[in-house]
Design a protein around this ligand. Sequence first.
Ligand SMILES: Nc1nc2c(ncn2[C@@H]2O[C@H](COP(=O)(O)OP(=O)(O)OP(=O)(O)O)[C@@H](O)[C@H]2O)c(=O)[nH]1
Ligand SMILES: [Mg+2]
Length: 351
Amino acid sequence: MRFIDEAKIKVIGGHGGRGCVSFWREKFVARGGPDGGDGGDGGAVIFVASTRISTLQDLRYKRTYQAPNGEGGSGANKAGRDGIDIEVLVPIGTMLKDFETSELICDFTEEGQRFVVAKGGRGGKGNSHFVTSTYQAPRHAQPGEEGTVRELKVELKLLADVGLVGYPNAGKSTLISRVSAAHPKIADYPFTTLVPNLGVVFVDQYQSFVVADVPGLIEGAHRGAGLGTRFLKHLERTRSLVHLLDGTHLLEFTTRPDDEAGASIDKAVEELLRLYGAIRNELELFNPELAQKEEVVVINKADLFAGQPEFLPQVVLALEKKLGKRAYAISCASGEGTAELVSLLWRMLHP
Ligand SMILES: Nc1nc2c(ncn2[C@@H]2O[C@H](COP(=O)(O)OP(=O)(O)OP(=O)(O)O)[C@@H](O)[C@H]2O)c(=O)[nH]1
Ligand SMILES: [Mg+2]
């Protein structure tokens, strides 16, 4: 399925039915009074948030949503039927905005949340309503009112607690597939992930949080390099970030017999900082608030360093010193450190 996160649509409430002009006709009754029934109300267009759908695909396909009109009233004071309301399902995280002003109209954050986006017009009153002491035979009735017509911008910004950022191939999708039931595509080529994925991570039977895996970033993403930064908006509503660094880049620094003690560690850290800085820069350029989120720095693919067990812990320590933040090494392949990362994230979300 295509991942659509923006759409422009038009919603139209049903027109109210017209009131009826009618007079009571019966044998031997010379002048029956007015008995024109009221028109029915027009139907409304209602948006309903649902976890059953995950993109705005349907809204791209059908751009106008018009609720049925109310029926006209008829004689014998018979009211017209109301137009039936129509419901449009939208994914959780959908934001409705006025197309012209971009003003936020409704943010759908919970399953089942409903919002009337276009009201139906009221049905017109029949002529029986217009009798007065001096005007016994009114020959007019109200037309129904028009329904609301609105042009809307619909935007989806995923709701997740934790966002994963990093270069392509860092192992973001592997991480989400290890800690949650999500099964995104994983492969050893860059830009495997083309659309965001959500995974629910269960800390225990009752407690869970949601992680968002988005397509990888590369230097120059803000200028459109790689897949660009268009998916970063899906991290805007997360509480914290996991910045995943690919341990593969450190392999060349592990075995250097002629090394001064510590020199290869320094070089490894320098390389990590370069990679880290490039991604941070993209976050900052996209939205400085993203760069200010609480963050955990994680080096993945620790299993590649099984032969030199002392190398990675030293790199982690040195990296922490340079960043002034906690850093971790994990292996999404073997699972080493992933449970600890999950509990750390839980504690960050629930201090
Ligand atoms: N050795 C090892 N390989 C890993 C580990 N984690 C992920 N990989 C491999 O790294 C490659 C990339 O993994 P993905 O999870 O697709 O990476 P990604 O960050 O989602 O990449 P994009 O979707 O392209 O941004 C795959 O071949 C994984 O099998 C790990 O802990 N150790
Ligand atoms: Mg991926």
